[in-house]
Design a protein around this ligand. Structure first.
Ligand SMILES: [Zn+2]
Ligand SMILES: [Zn+2]
Length: 142
């Protein structure tokens, strides 16, 4: 199987409420480096780093609880071609998706739809961060 060298990540910014899809190249993590995905407003969202061997870590600035979460992951889990859902350990809510572009895009669509339905049920339509998703700049060409 061909290993993809780019992984996509959908994250919502705790500062501006913007939901965007980011791409991350495997090569950005060469030689034990780490990198941070940043919102267009400059807020760091997700850190990804590499440790010795095939271990990686993810650190998320969580939209839901305001804390950060840290997960050790195997490199093959990041670039393995399947979708990984990032879940807030404090609230149990989905806070992001990581994986191949088409799977991330589908997850975001389903996620937005369920949030919209939830908001409708609660009578929250048009209020708060649910109505705040940015258009454009969703670079998921996969
Ligand atoms: Zn932002
Ligand atoms: Zn959290």
């Amino acid at each position: 199987m061909l290993i993809p060298t780019t992984v996509f990540c959908a994250l919502r910014c705790p500062e501006c409420g913007c939901l965007e899809v980011y791409s991350l190249s495997l090569f950005a993590l060469g030689g034990g480096r780490s990198c941070w995905l940043e919102c267009s407003c400059g807020t760091p969202l997700l850190g990804i780093g590499r440790q010795k061997g095939n271990c990686c870590w993810l650190q998320l600035n969580c939209t839901m609880c305001g804390n950060s979460h840290f997960w050790p992951v195997a490199r093959r889990d990041l670039w393995g071609g399947s979708l990984r859902t990032l879940i807030c350990e404090d609230t149990g809510l989905e806070v992001g998706f990581l994986g191949p572009g088409h799977l991330v895009r589908r997850a975001v669509t389903l996620h937005e739809r369920s949030l919209a339905e939830l908001a409708q049920d609660l009578g929250l339509v048009g209020e708060g961060w649910l109505g705040n998703a940015c258009g454009g700049n969703n670079n998921t060409e996969a």
